[in-house]
Ligand binder design. Structure first.
Ligand code: HEC
Length: 245
């Protein structure tokens, strides 16, 4: 049994290592309980992502209710394309156009936080760097050769990647990502940009499971009830069995 387990681990380990890629993922450190952060994240998402990415499982009015946004605020600040509040967050872009422009259709982001994890998203949005060889002028350490342009370049600026080289056993030169160095500056300081990304990722985390706000809120009373009920059941059992011995 044990050998089987070891064989299994040996078989999966390289796959797991490959999936993680070369990039080291930074901790997103977001908190879905932080309403102000979620509201900023919703604004970021609508302004910077919804042009290309839908969130087709998320309804505007559900989002507004969860995030404490009133309907007039919702319509005025977060809805620009004439949808109604009970519509889901779809995009006007036609998939054929998207394919022509980007080569791929930008994925729906409803479940992306669950598919990729928040640390991945946080690192991905902070890992674009200038690469004149790419049609978009940028590349990404986390998703090399990505078709996504650096849509936040005005905020972050465009950083440069520093590589370090080594020669492998076969004599081929390899390059490894070392670090970023600042390039053209953006409107935000690095700290402001990290916060911007953290809020956006927080929002993506929330839409991945909108009920998680209620779930965590309900969790404590439910566990407390179960604990109390167990004690009660135990006391009752003792009472019943007292005379049976
Ligand atoms: C101009 C269009 C455009 C905008 C705006 C845009 N994206 Fe993208 N995005 C793309 C395309 C195209 C892809 C597909 C990339 C690929 O597969 O190489 C993509 C892919 C992604 C992915 C998937 C990465 C993966 O591992 O598969 C994530 C996450 C993402 N975008 C997040 C965002 C967020 C968050 C925003 C807003 C801050 C945003 N995008 C704005 C075009 C866009």
């Amino acid at each position: 049994m044990r050998t089987k387990l070891l064989v299994l681990i040996a078989a999966i380990a390289p796959v797991a290592a490959f999936a993680a890629g070369e990039a080291h993922l930074e901790r997103a450190g977001n908190d879905v309980g932080n309403r102000a952060s979620l509201q900023r994240g919703a604004r970021n998402f609508v302004n910077y992502c919804l042009g290309c990415h839908s969130a087709k499982y998320m309804r505007y009015n559900r989002m507004a209710a969860d995030l404490g946004i009133s309907e007039p605020q919702l319509i005025e600040n977060l809805m620009f394309t004439g949808e109604r509040p009970h519509d889901t967050m779809r995009i006007g872009m036609n998939p054929d156009d998207a394919k022509r422009w980007f080569g791929v259709v930008p994925p729906d982001l409803s479940l992306i936080a669950r598919a990729r994890g928040t640390d991945y998203l946080y690192t991905f949005l902070r890992s674009f760097y200038a690469d004149p060889a790419r049609p978009t002028g940028v590349n990404n350490i986390v998703l090399p050769g990505t078709a996504m342009p650096h849509v936040l370049w005005e905020l972050q600026g465009v950083q440069e990647a520093v590589w370090e080289g080594s020669v492998d056993a076969a004599g081929n030169a390899q390059k490894h990502f070392k670090e970023f160095k600042p390039g053209a500056p953006g409107k935000m300081s690095p700290e402001e940009y990290d916060q911007f990304v953290r809020d956006t990722v927080n929002f993506l985390d929330y839409i991945g499971e909108p009920a998680q706000l209620q779930r965590t809120r309900l969790g404590f009373p439910v566990i407390a009830f179960l604990a109390f009920f167990s004690l009660l059941a135990y006391a009752l059992k003792k009472e019943y069995w007292k005379d049976v011995k």
